[in-house]
Design a binder for this molecule. Structure first.
Ligand code: ATR
Length: 484
């Protein structure tokens, strides 16, 4: 699996620097002439020499047109192709020519220098219906097909995977999905049968969804992915903000498991289940907004999932797909290190959404006396009735000191709206434990206020970490079912 840096830096000096600084995570570079300020032999040679010094085996030369996502230039089409031809030189291993472009000069020069032709198609509208035929046609004439498409739904992703499976036997091809729905294909190119994935360094991305060389390797271990790699993942919409890949992937690496955990943007959980079957996915985390809908899609759920109505973990077992909820145990984990979980202790839960349901369930199980307060009183009343606990109107005076524990479950104060405080008038006594479930930022305004008042505070990362560790135990058993 080749990791290719698209040279996107604004200045040409930075392009050279980016090759040197990232070479440990790279196999290849793509020189995009549309992004170069100096389109001359001297500069191209310096890029090629730098790639060579860094022991990179592949150097691609391309000159992307604006309609294919390239930077606008003042050059005519004839001038563009002429430059591409003139700047081919020894050390360049591949030249990218767009499908439908007739460029005999470039092809002849490439042939002379032993440079392979990549025949590319960029589709920003979706997944082209005729991709299979296109890939076969291009491969049949000895060129390397490159298809960059833009899936914008789970249906499109299924289509992309269908094409990848149909063209499985063609090893020399580049197939990738752009954007959030296509992100999985950039970090797990193996899933699309792609020989190469592109990444970019610095501010400017070469194409929508490109990540950094360091992330590709340090998080997703792209160079080590192969046909035996077992895939896990997380489904959500959106999903790319999730920190879970940064937790699970290093754990898989530490455990010496050939397994990679990939984010999948999903807008239809039913279609994702089909995808999971096709890709042989062994387990996945579930995040917003799919924690309820996934319950109908699995073969069995554990009891807590039924009581909470929320499932955050699914694994493949000999009995089919099994759903569980590690959120509630993960939530309790940091509290178990205190003496707060004693029957009869009073706890205030702020919020009445999905996270609050899990929290209330866990606290009731532990025997605490729960009071819910929420921006929308009716939702607080509804959740309280369901679990047989108390609730208070938002406007009521909550007496400080009544609660030994306060749990903040709302999204109020989450990035980017970090100035919001979900309970601005509340005066902490200082003796209570305050547990914030938001993990970005690490310290919310609410939590800082509690800390300043002398409260013992617990941040959202603790729960995030604990629930992920519990998931990882399940993923490990699904990775190696014989070990059970
Ligand atoms: P989640 O699954 O993360 O709990 P949710 O089910 O949408 O998401 O619930 C969001 C919770 O955050 C709700 O309790 C919501 O209050 P409402 O029921 O009044 O909507 C709360 N919330 C969101 N934004 C808030 C804000 N700015 N101030 C106070 N509470 C807020």
């Amino acid at each position: 699996m080749l990791r290719c840096l698209t040279l996107t830096a604004d200045s040409d000096t930075d392009k050279l620097r980016n090759i040197r600084n990232n070479s440990q995570w790279l196999d290849a570079i793509e020189i995009r002439l549309d992004l170069c300020l100096q389109r001359n032999k001297g500069f191209i040679t310096s890029l090629v020499d730098t790639a060579c010094e860094a022991s990179l085996s592949v150097v691609i030369l391309s000159f992307r047109r604006e309609e294919d996502g390239g930077k606008k230039t003042e050059l005519s089409e004839a001038e563009r192709l002429n430059l591409l031809e003139q700047l081919l030189c020894p050390g360049i291993t591949h030249v990218d020519i767009e499908r439908g472009v007739t460029a005999p000069g470039v092809e002849a020069r490439a042939d002379e220098l032993g440079i392979e032709v990549i025949r590319s198609l960029h589709d920003f509208q979706g997944v082209p219906a005729s991709m299979t035929e296109l890939i076969e046609e291009i491969a049949a004439v000895g060129e390397i097909p490159k298809i960059a498409c833009y899936p914008s739904s789970s249906q499109d992703v299924l289509e992309l995977i269908r094409i990848a499976r149909e063209t499985f036997r063609i090893k020399n091809k580049i197939v990738l999905g752009m954007g959030a729905f296509g992100f999985f294909s950039r970090v797990a190119p193996q899933l699309c049968g792609s020989m190469l994935t592109f990444c970019s360094a610095g501010e400017r991305s070469g194409a929508p969804g490109q990540t950094s060389p360091r992330e590709l390797e340090e998080v997703y271990r792209v160079s080590q992915q192969n046909s035996h790699t077992v895939y896990f993942g997380i489904i959500g919409n959106p999903v790319l903000h999730s920190k879970s890949p940064q937790l699970h992937n290093p754990w898989f690496a530490e455990g010496r498991m050939n397994a990679i955990y990939v984010p999948f943007q999903v807008d239809d959980v039913g279609l994702f289940m089909r995808l999971a079957e096709q890709l042989g996915i062994r387990g996945f985390s579930v995040t917003v907004p799919h924690k309820q809908k996934i319950i109908q899609q699995v073969d069995r759920v554990e009891e807590a999932v039924q009581s909470i109505g929320s499932c955050n973990t699914v694994i493949r077992t000999s009995e089919g797909w099994v759903g569980s909820n590690t959120d509630y145990q993960g939530f309790l984990a940091p509290l178990k290190r205190t003496d707060i979980l004693s029957v009869g202790n009073h706890v205030l839960v702020i919020g009445a959404g999905g996270v609050a349901r899990t929290v209330v369930y866990a606290l009731v199980q532990a025997g605490l006396v729960v009071t819910i307060v929420n921006r929308t009183d009716e939702k607080a009343a509804g959740l309280a009735a369901e679990f047989g606990v108390n609730w208070k109107p938002m406007q009521s005076q909550l007496s400080a000191g009544k609660f030994e524990l306060i749990v903040q479950t709302t999204s109020a104060g989450m990035e980017p709206n970090t100035e919001i405080d979900p309970l601005p008038g509340y005066k902490f006594k200082g003796s209570e434990i305050v547990y914030e479930l938001i993990y970005a930022p690490e310290q919310t305004r609410f939590l800082s206020r509690a800390g300043d008042a002398g409260c013992r505070i617990i941040g959202g990362r603790e729960m995030l970490h604990a629930q992920a560790l519990l998931q990882f135990e399940q993923f490990s058993s699904a990775y190696n079912p014989e070990a059970e």
